[in-house]
Design a protein around this ligand. Sequence first.
Ligand SMILES: Nc1ncnc2c1ncn2[C@@H]1O[C@H](COP(=O)(O)OP(=O)(O)O)[C@@H](O)[C@H]1O
Ligand SMILES: O=P(O)(O)OC[C@H]1O[C@](O)(COP(=O)(O)O)[C@@H](O)[C@@H]1O
Length: 332
Amino acid sequence: MTKHIAILTSGGDAPGMNACIRAIVIAADRLGYQISGYLRGYNGLLDDQRITLTCERMHNLLQQGGTILHSARCKAFTTEQGLKKAADNLTKSNVDTLFVIGGDGSFRGAHALGQIWEGQIIGLPGTIDNDVAGTDATIGYYTAIETAVSSIDKVRDTADAFDRVFMVEVMGRHAGFLALSAALASASDYVILPERFSNEADTLTQICTQIQQRQAKRGPVSYVIVLAENVWPGGINDLCVRLASQSNMEVKPVILGHVQRGGSPVSQDRLLAVQLGTYAVTLVETSTSGVMVGTYEDKAVTVPLPQTWEDAKPLPDDAVTTMMTLMNERYR
Ligand SMILES: Nc1ncnc2c1ncn2[C@@H]1O[C@H](COP(=O)(O)OP(=O)(O)O)[C@@H](O)[C@H]1O
Ligand SMILES: O=P(O)(O)OC[C@H]1O[C@](O)(COP(=O)(O)O)[C@@H](O)[C@@H]1O
């Protein structure tokens, strides 16, 4: 019998989700599968809001940001009742395989659903935060780095012109991958990361020391600091006020916000999306279920869903060393 596969995108949208949908649809169509797309993440599963996905619809889709299936967060799905409704709807629609493109929260949901629904569940990592263990990178992460870098480059122009301090807040929820990569690639001067944050007083003192050392060498200087969101207890404005008072310099806040989630995916995200989407479809005829597909050293792999949030995903050692040498501990 023809397999019926369904796809949904859940949690924060990420550039490359569409490229991943396209890869799944083309690979699945080639094998003669019926293909549905649930709308607005797990909401579509609860309301049985479903569209048919065809290869024709995939034309010119790979390069588009966002997700044609729409995405959302869905509180109702996290309840026992919600999970049961979703399982019933999948069974009623004769869905054999559900592909969930999202982050670790979406995978927790997929795992919970797998406890009560007998069909096959396969996750694909899509989030700008890269905070999913078991994969080298997540779809959308590389584009978000590019977006943040191009914005920080512009901030640097004004920082230089005015010899000013700028504080740029970058997304990442509770992970520092995006902030660290954006800071390194934009030649920022300091970066505040959740993984390396000790306390407010030490951080302020270290930044002031770095600024003063640089001023001693060069005279008036600009200084660009990247702040990962959710790290500073009082938020970016509190940090700017306190740094201004301690450094005696003007400190301006810039919150990059949701611009980091949008835009056409860069090639690295496109390549990752099509690799993972195509690989995921090869699993449909197997007994593999309750896994995420990711990459390890460029090769597609499968990882049990719980590992994607239970395992630690540390910042890369080399990037941290580079960060200390070129940024946070540059002036001694
Ligand atoms: N423990 C859980 N049980 C069931 N569903 C969950 C659970 N955690 C998250 N979800 C579902 O996954 C959705 C997306 O999760 P969220 O953390 O917001 O985004 P992401 O998948 O990008 O990390 C949530 O809105 C919710 O519907
Ligand atoms: O758009 P919202 O709901 O305000 O959520 C913001 C959060 O979503 C993200 O952009 C993406 O996170 P997820 O992919 O885990 O959903 C985070 O970086 C940020 O903290």
